[in-house]
Each structure stands twice: as C-alpha cells, then as structure tokens.
Design a protein around this ligand. Structure first.
Ligand code: FUB
Length: 320
C-alpha cells in the first residue's frame, strides 16, 4: 500500500500519533518559511504554534485540522522554536509535553493541559524542572505509569549535558566512544514533573555492547516508545545518517537491543516518526520533504502501514 500524505494544505512535521476515544490524533510541529538560513543547529526551524489533526480511517479518512492548540506567545517561559511534542491522557485530561527554547536560548520541555484531545491546551508557567533538550515522547504503560523519553543531538543540545548537568563545553562522542543516549524519566502522578532523575536509554548490540558513536544506527533524536506483544520497542532517528531505527527491551528503561532499520532514507535532512496501532493494524507516521522540493524546513506528514514478522521484527520499509 502506498504511503499517504495526510495534510497537503500545510507543512507539518514530527507527527506524534495517539489513539484517543477511538480516533487517531496527530500532534505535529508546524513548519513555515521564516526566512532564517539553514544551519547545523536547526535555526531554520522557527515554529511558533501547534495544530492537531484527527481522522477515523488512517489510509482513506478525511483529516480534520482542529486549528491552533498552543501558541508560543501564550507560554510564559518559552521564546521560540516549538519543536516536537506528544500528548498523553490520564484520568480524562490530556497532557501535551513539548520542547521550545527559553529566553536564554536553552531548549526545555513544558507541559500544557486540556480537557479534550483537540485542546485548547493551557500551558504551565514554568518548564519541567530539570528538563533539557528536545523531542519528548510520553508513553503510558499498561500499569498506568507514564514515562517521558527525550533528547536530540546538535541543535537539540544534548551534547551540552552529562549526568543531567549542563557542561561548560559541549562534547560530541566520536569513533568507538559510547554515543549520547536518549533519556527517560517516569512522570509524577499529576504528569507535570519528572518523578526521578532522567536515565540514559542504552542501545546495545546482540552481545550487550552499546552501539558506538560512529555506528550509523546510533541514536540522534526523535525518541518513540510503543509496546508490541509485551515487548518495549524504542524507536528513533539517526539524524545525520538519515534512518529510522528500533531496538527492543523488556521494560521501559531498557537496555534495548538493536533491531534494525524501519525506513530507508527519506527526502529531507530529518527523519521523525511515531508508531501506533489502530483498529487492529499498525501504522508508521513520519514526514519528508518531497512536496516542498527538498526544502529541509518545509516538511509534510505521511503515513503507511507497518508490519512485523513472526519473531516480532519490524519489516523495513522503503520511502517513496
Ligand atoms: O522539527 C524540528 C526538529 O527536526 C525535531 O525536533 C527533530 O526531531 C527534527 O525532526
């Protein structure tokens, strides 16, 4: 089945798909042409607000755009660059966790709350204490515990942190050094803060050895977590090597054993995705830059069915 571009009317990226009340809600970043030049720190991604899209038939259904659900002008602590976000439901409330730069140019994660999945979302006055970097994924486990996975290298600033402390000088591991890991923290019961210090998300090979920094399949950004047949699938973008990959673990903290490539290189610098089950089928949501003729900062959200083999391996897909 051919992939489907979901919203040709506008440029959107980083789609976080969730099923709420038997409907699929997609929370993307909202790309636009700000006029900023391309740079390795993502200065060309100057997003100012979030929309939510929804549908009830993934490959054919009409897509509803519910309009702006949060504007950076309404977030007291955030100045600019509203990058990836994700939403989790708890006790009938919806918690949008998002990344944006504060007035010191530092990426933080914030929370905004709504009574309905389509918002509007009311932001908290301050970012999550001890949060840093970008690309939150909020995952609710079967026991109701909520975990936040986050982090991104280069423009996402992860290389400025070690053991949850800011460094004086950035450090980007090279060669056979251990790579910079994504982070995971359990959220408090009110879903407003980290309940613990973030822990590194370890991706290991079949012998239990961490993938080294020069492995083209090491973590870069865009964490996502889903559960399939009782196993925890941590998936992510490899950034500058342009893959979406996954690794499998027995619990939400890992370690996760590298599983393979989900999607071969896509058009555009970034790859970012989410994986969700709806009406008994699994789907990969992601973005590329085909409709904008390979303009890195003008991305379009896509969806395609995703399959597993008998051993639970995700079958690699070719993007078109
Ligand atoms: O959309 C801005 C950034 O580009 C995201 O945070 C990254 O994951 C990449 O898609």
């Amino acid at each position: 089945m051919k992939p489907r571009y979901l919203f040709p009317k506008d440029y959107m990226a980083d789609p976080s798909a969730n099923v709420f009340n038997d409907r699929v809600y997609i929370y993307p970043s909202h790309d636009w042409d700000s006029g900023e030049c391309f740079d390795d720190d993502g200065g060309h991604f100057q997003m100012k607000d979030y929309h939510v899209l929804s549908l009830d038939d993934v490959m054919d259904g009409e897509v509803t755009d519910h309009g702006v659900i949060l504007d950076v002008a309404d977030v007291p602590w955030a100045e600019k660059q509203m990058w990836d976000n994700d939403v989790v439901e708890k006790d009938g409330k919806y918690y949008l966790v998002f990344s944006a730069k504060d007035y010191n140019g530092v990426f933080r994660l914030g929370v905004a709350v709504a009574d309905r999945p389509e918002g509007p979302f009311k932001p908290q006055g301050d970012p999550i204490r001890g949060s840093y970097s970008i690309d939150p994924c909020v995952f609710k486990d079967d026991d109701g515990q909520i975990y936040c996975y986050f982090g991104g290298i280069w423009g996402g600033q992860l290389q400025w942190y070690k053991d949850n402390k800011a460094l004086k000088c950035e450090h980007l591991p090279e060669g056979k050094e251990d790579p910079l890991p994504s982070r995971v923290a359990r959220m408090t019961d009110d879903v407003m803060q980290f309940a613990e210090m973030p822990r590194p998300v370890l991706i290991v090979d079949g012998n239990g050895k961490p993938l080294p920094a020069d492995d083209p399949h090491r973590f870069f950004e865009a964490s996502w977590m889903h559960k399939y047949k009782g196993k925890y699938y941590f998936s992510y973008s490899t950034g500058d090597t342009h893959y979406l990959c996954y690794a499998v673990g027995d619990n939400p903290y890992g370690p996760f054993t590298y599983g393979g490539v989900i999607l071969e290189p896509v058009v555009g610098w970034t790859t970012h995705h989410s994986i969700v089950e709806y009406k008994g089928r699994w789907y990969l949501f992601h973005h590329d830059c085909v409709p904008s003729n390979d303009t890195t900062w003008l991305r379009s959200v896509k969806v395609m069915p995703l399959s597993y083999d008998e051993e639970g391996r995700i079958l690699t897909m070719k993007s078109e």
